[in-house]
Write a protein that binds this ligand. Structure first.
Ligand code: DGL
Length: 281
C-alpha cells in the first residue's frame, strides 16, 4: 500500500496519475483539510502537520508515503527523512519521498543522485520559471537544486500566494484567470531575463488551471507536467524497491481527510470527476 499526502486536494492531480499507472496497487490518500492551505504558514507548523499525517498513513499500512505537495516537500521532507524517520519506530522498513526531486530531474534531464553538471553547460542557458506557494518559493529548493546540475540556467520564481486556496475553494473561473495572469505579469515584469523556455507549476493545485497558464505564458514556453513526471519517477523507484508493496495488493483506493468528508467529497469532483467519497481520518 502506498500513501499519498497533501494539505488538501491538489495532491489528487498526482494520485490520479499514479492510480492510472499502477492499477493493481493499493493507495491511501490523506488530505489535511483541518490545516489547509499550508502555503503561507510557518515552517514549524508545516513540519508538524506533515509528520502527523505521514504517521497516520504509516499506521494505516502504507510503508512508503509520497508527499504530493510541493510546500510540504520543500519545507518538511529533509527534516522528516534526516531527523524524524531514523529515530522513529518506523525506521528501516518505511520511507517518505517528495515531488521536488522528480521535477528537478525532468527540468534538468539529470538524475537526482548526480549533484553536479553532467555534461558541458556552455550552451544550456535556458530560463526556467517556477510558480508556487509562498513557502515553496521562499524555501528556494527549485533554484538551488536546478543550479547544482545546470549552473548556467536562469531560474525565475513567482509566488502565487492566493491561487491554491482559490482553486481549493472552487472560486469562479474569472478570479482564477485574474490570479494566474497577475502571477505571470509579475514574473515577467520582475525579471530582466528572457521569457521562460520552461515553466514548472510547482504546486499540485496548479495543473487544474494549466489552461490559464497556457493562455498567458508565451507560446514557446513548455509547461512541465508534474503529475506525469512524478508518476514516471515513482514507477522507476517502485521497480527498484518492490519491498514497499505488500504481497496482497488489490488495487484499492482509500481517500481520507482531517476535515469534513461530505464537503471534501463534493469539492474533490473538481479535481477528479469520478473520484470515490472521502472518509474521516
Ligand atoms: N498543493 C500544495 C503544493 O503543492 C499547496 C497548497 C497549500 O497551500 O496548502 O504546494
Amino acid at each position: 500500500m502506498i500513501g499519498v499526502f497533501d494539505s488538501g486536494l491538489g495532491g489528487l492531480t498526482v494520485l490520479r496519475a499514479l492510480v492510472a499507472r499502477f492499477r493493481d496497487v493499493d493507495f491511501v490518500y490523506l488530505a489535511d483539510h483541518a490545516h489547509v492551505p499550508y502555503g503561507n504558514q510557518s515552517s514549524e507548523n508545516i513540519v508538524g502537520y506533515t509528520r502527523h499525517c505521514v504517521e497516520e498513513l504509516f499506521s494505516r499500512g502504507a510503508k512508503l508515503v509520497l508527499l504530493g505537495c510541493n510546500t510540504a516537500t520543500a519545507v518538511a521532507l529533509r527534516r522528516l527523512q534526516q531527523e524524524w524517520l531514523p529515530e522513529s519506530k518506523w525506521a528501516g522498513r518505511h520511507n517518505v519521498l517528495g515531488i521536488v526531486a522528480p521535477t528537478v530531474e525532468a527540468a534538468t534531464q539529470t538524475p537526482w543522485a548526480v549533484t553536479s553538471p553532467q555534461y558541458p553547460q556552455k550552451y544550456n542557458t535556458d530560463t526556467i520559471a517556477v510558480f508556487g506557494t509562498t513557502r515553496t518559493i521562499r524555501a528556494g529548493v527549485y533554484p538551488e537544486e536546478i543550479h547544482k546540475r545546470c549552473p548556467k540556467v536562469t531560474v525565475v520564481q513567482q509566488i502565487c500566494s492566493e491561487l491554491a486556496g482559490a482553486i481549493e475553494n472552487k472560486r469562479p473561473e474569472a478570479e482564477l484567470d485574474f490570479l494566474v495572469r497577475e502571477g505571470i505579469v509579475a514574473m515577467i515584469a520582475g525579471n530582466d531575463t528572457m521569457p521562460p523556455h520552461r515553466a514548472i507549476l510547482g504546486c499540485t493545485h496548479f495543473p487544474l488551471v494549466e489552461h490559464l497558464f497556457r493562455k498567458y505564458l508565451p507560446p514557446f514556453t513548455r509547461i512541465l507536467s508534474q503529475p506525469e513526471v512524478v508518476a514516471d519517477s515513482f514507477e522507476d523507484y517502485l521497480t527498484r524497491r518492490p519491498n514497499y508493496l505488500n504481497g496482497d495488493e488489490r488495487g484499492t483506493l482509500t481517500l481520507l481527510t482531517t476535515g469534513n468528508p461530505s464537503d471534501v467529497s463534493e469539492m474533490a469532483r473538481v479535481f477528479w470527476p469520478e473520484v470515490p467519497a472521502f472518509a474521516k481520518a
